[in-house]
Design a protein around this ligand. Structure first.
Ligand code: CAA
Length: 379
């Protein structure tokens, strides 16, 4: 067993860390307050090759491994968890599926600009009546001979207003239940495709979350992601990888809050000595550091399994379940260590606490991760 990172991993960490401090930190509080999408910063993430990190260079990607991806997302999320989810969705929910299952035409037309950061993508599975219960899809994409006709509503779609292309999951054969579902690439601006106003969220406020409405949208036959009727498996496999990204985002939120707390504990004095000299605070810091290290190892393990072409579905669910709990616990403690200062925006930890909550909800709630894990245990 080798726990050491490669030179490339260290280089990715350094690049991501510098980018987060110089490009994301300025304005992060204002973007959160105003729910302002980090458009310029996302464009720069594209220039760095961080929007298609694991995609083959022949399709515009950076050809890196999943461990590099975890490292980069952790560093970005330490400073700006909203930017981290934009990155995670484009990499693992959009580019991954197109590279693995897309036709050559789809790769040339959609994957290349998405992986190189010229375009942004979204993934539309959830619906008003189908969140955790994803097989209960109501959106339909019926075969009309020379095209599919898309009708339905998708909810809570990350990058919903900013994306150029959306992977939409919909029924083509409703009578076959989840075995009749397909995945399609849908372009923004097509007739009948409407984007509802941005959701006013508790956390990750500068990420762009919308309801998407499809009313008789014509999808060309060539935009079906093969195989026909394979859309539900496609969505589940996509989420297996997506959960590594969200676990890394949760890890970054926790690590960011911990680093701020460590610094603050050294600077702030109470009862005549720095906070860090009080055992109550020392024990909190020790607990936080231990939880974060365990979450990081679970993230790396899931990424390692993916990189070595082993089954990572349970490892990614485990990493997400654990890291998202760590993100909640650590950020709550970070606010506590900061006391009154922790409750105001300038000190960042209240934002990280609000940002942490969604990691227990999206890309499968913690309860769904427990279903996935326990089913495999009991099989
Ligand atoms: N990997 C691969 N295949 C899987 C899978 C996985 N993790 N989980 C289920 N499947 C397959 C099953 O093998 C089964 O295939 P067959 O019919 O061929 O046997 C099929 O999917 C249906 O599975 P189940 O019979 O287990 O169906 P279920 O209804 O009992 O459970 C579920 C399904 C696992 C709960 C699934 O609905 C699920 O994962 N729900 C959560 C959905 C989710 O994560 N949504 C997140 C939305 S995306 C998002 O948040 C993005 C964003 O913007 C940030």
């Amino acid at each position: 067993m080798d726990f050491s990172l490669s030179e490339e991993h260290f280089a990715v960490r350094e690049t991501a860390r510098t980018f987060a401090k110089t490009e994301l930190l300025p304005g992060v509080i204002e973007r959160d307050e105003l729910q302002k999408f980090p458009k310029e910063q996302v464009a720069k993430l594209g220039e760095l090759g961080f929007l298609g990190m694991m995609v083959d260079p022949s399709y515009g990607g950076s050809g890196m491994d999943a461990v590099s991806y975890v490292i980069a997302i952790e560093e970005i999320a330490k400073i700006d968890a909203s930017a981290a989810v934009v990155m995670s969705v484009n990499n693992s929910l959009v580019c991954w599926g197109l590279e693995k299952y897309g036709t050559e035409e789809q790769k040339q037309k959609y994957l290349k600009p998405l992986a190189s950061g010229q375009k942004l993508g979204a993934f539309a599975l959830s619906e008003p009546e189908a969140g955790s219960d994803a097989t209960h899809q109501q959106t339909s994409a019926l075969d009309k001979g020379d095209h599919y006709l898309l009708n339905g509503t998708k909810n809570w779609i990350t990058n919903g207003g900013s994306s150029d292309y959306v992977i939409v999951i919909a029924h083509t054969f409703p009578e076959l239940a989840h075995k009749g579902i397909n995945a399609f690439v849908v372009e923004k601006g097509w007739d009948g495709f409407t984007i509802a106003p941005k959701e006013n969220k508790m956390g990750i406020r500068s990420s762009d979350t919308h309801q998407l409405l499809f009313n008789d949208v014509k999808i060309p036959k060539s935009n079906l992601i093969p195989p026909d009727k394979g859309g539900f498996k496609f969505a589940m496999e996509t989420l297996n990888g997506g959960r590594i990204g969200i676990a890394a985002q949760a890890l970054g939120i926790a690590a960011g809050a911990y680093e701020l707390s460590l610094q603050y504990a050294k600077e702030r004095k109470t009862f005549g000595k720095p906070l860090s000299q009080h055992q109550a605070i020392q024990f909190k810091l020790a607990d936080m550091a231990t939880q974060i290290e365990a979450a990081r190892l679970l993230c790396y393990k899931a990424a390692f399994l993916k990189d070595t072409h082993q089954d990572y579905s349970i490892a990614s669910a485990t990493a997400k379940l654990f890291a998202s709990k760590v993100a909640m616990d650590v950020t709550v403690e970070a606010v506590q260590i900061h006391g009154g200062y922790g409750y105001v925006k300038e000190f960042h930890v209240e934002r990280l606490m609000r940002d942490a909550k969604i990691t227990q909800i999206y890309e499968g709630t913690s309860e769904i991760q427990k279903m996935v894990i326990s089913r495999s245990l009991l099989k």
